[in-house]
Design a protein around this ligand. Structure first.
Ligand SMILES: *Cc1c(COP(=O)(O)O)cnc(C)c1O
Length: 463
């Protein structure tokens, strides 16, 4: 062991070897020194742990090649674009909604230049970032007022802090959700300084349960969208209208944590489970909170829409600044909202809505195209198969969308190994394994990504 340790060269010495000098020419002395230091430290640790598998030839071209590959890899951003071939349109692990070109252009413009973020151009006085998209949200939802914060979780926290701190919030036991990332409604209510009063049972909560629980300490009735699960069978929940009437009669605030938040009716696409924001407000809900980057199809943001007097209260909340939306997201959100207005058709202009409304034959045509590009590469067995796509993002968990996938098998490569190879390809391609075969769902893939998939696949099968 000690003899191997003694054979480890100094970084300084290696930097003078001719093969490594070439790597320095192709990169920089600093980067080469960094990867050499890391490589030598790893070798040293391996030897000390008895895992040493012999030393490489430090002067060889192969060793130098390996260094260069590592340097180029380290230069690539950690956070990067991938191809989503999972069939889950709003994939939480893959960054949720992809943005429309108009939203990207707005971010580019506002990011590259100073903007009127907090300047009223008409009066020359200080303006508010919250004014830029408020009227649009009101127009699209029928709300009297709206406030935009960092995400929907922040919207819920702010909404509860601003209305129920030190008081009670009544919520149904069937709606005490955990969304993921450990956002649990009971904990969020507690952290907002409110006291949760649970009513009803897991499967059934009636209007009377809410009514019976109301006392002088109650400030809010909270309804939440059971985004990522459904209770089916013997169930009951009061109609929104009835809850709204109860809240009004007893001078309470009815808040709904909607989560996904759709602005248009998606029932023509078989997606009838998601209530439209405008209908929720029409039913008498005082405040509704929803995400910018779920079904709305925009950037990460949390929107609070509803009664003007309560929104004014939240706008004055001392913690609003800690939850505020940044200018790039705001620019993207405004641009996305504008795509909902005439003469635009949001179903074609907003990628999330386009993907979920695309007719199955069009998805099949894309699958046929990709199959044609992959067929025959490295003896791959390629077929187009029907599959099920999902909205994702905690919306409509059991409603699937008819889709088509390209199913691939490569000789001498297990489905798991193929999935891994595709995941570490450039760009990374994320599919799913179904019945032992790799499947690439074409509902979530854009036309211009097909050549990227083909090239990555080619690099894998050519190895
Ligand atoms: C997704 C979701 C949230 C959280 O939204 P973020 O934008 O991720 O913060 C809150 N409530 C419900 C019901 C949700 O589905």
């Amino acid at each position: 062991m000690n003899s191997q340790l003694r054979q480890l060269p100094q970084v300084e010495t290696l930097l003078h070897s001719p093969a490594i000098a070439k790597v320095i020419d192709a990169s920089s002395r600093q980067e080469v020194a960094d990867v050499l230091r890391a490589a030598l430290a790893q070798l040293r640790a391996d030897i000390q742990a008895g895992r040493g598998a012999g030393l490489p030839d430090f002067t060889s071209a192969a060793f130098a090649q390996g260094l260069l590959a590592e340097i180029l890899n380290a230069r690539a951003p950690n956070l990067r674009a991938v191809v989503n071939a999972t069939g889950i349109i709003i994939h939480t692990n893959l960054g949720r909604a992809r943005l429309a070109p108009e939203a990207l252009a707005a971010m580019q413009d506002v990011g590259a230049h100073p903007s009127n973020l907090e300047l009223n151009l008409t009066t020359g006085k200080r303006g508010s970032r919250y004014d830029h998209a408020e009227a649009l949200i009101c127009e699209l939802t029928g709300a009297d007022a709206a406030l935009i914060v960092n995400n929907c979780a922040a919207a819920v926290v702010l909404g509860l802090m601003g209305t129920a701190m030190g008081r009670k919030v009544i919520a149904s036991r069937g709606e005490l959700i955990e969304i993921g990332g450990s956002f649990r409604l009971p904990d969020v209510i507690a952290q907002s300084g409110a006291v949760l009063k649970e009513v009803g049972a897991t499967n059934k909560t009636r209007l009377g349960d809410y009514a019976d629980a109301i006392d002088d300490d109650v400030a809010v009735l909270l309804k939440s969208h059971t985004s990522n699960f459904r209770i089916i069978g013997f169930t009951a929940a009061p109609a929104r209208e009835d809850l709204a009437k109860l809240a009004k009669d007893r001078d309470l605030i009815l808040i709904e944590d909607l989560g996904s938040g759709v602005l248009i009716d998606l029932s023509p696409f078989g997606l009838s489970d998601e209530p439209v924001v405008a209908d929720i407000l029409k039913a008498g809900v005082d405040l509704v909170m929803f995400s910018g980057d779920k079904l709305l199809g925009g950037p990460q943001a949390g929107i609070i829409a509803g009664r003007a007097d309560i929104i004014a209260q939240l706008r004055a909340h001392p913690l609003l600044r800690a939850l505020r939306i940044d200018k790039l997201s705001l620019a993207a959100l405004e641009a996305t909202l504008r795509l909902y207005r005439a003469p635009n058709d949001p179903l074609t202009r907003i990628p999330v809505l386009r993907m979920l409304s695309e007719p199955a034959p069009a998805v099949q045509a894309r699958a046929d195209l990709l199959a044609g590009l992959l067929r025959g590469q490295g003896g791959a067995e390629v077929s187009v198969v029907p599959s099920a796509a999902y909205v994702g993002g905690g919306a409509m968990p059991q409603q699937d969308l008819a889709s088509f996938s390209v199913s691939v098998m490569v000789p001498d490569l297990s489905a798991d190994d193929l999935a891994t190879a595709l995941r570490v390809a450039t760009p990374p391609i994320i599919g799913r394994i179904h019945q032992g075969r790799m499947q690439l769902d074409m509902r979530t893939v854009a036309d211009d990504e097909l050549p990227l998939i083909a090239a990555a696949f080619n690099a894998i099968t050519a190895r």
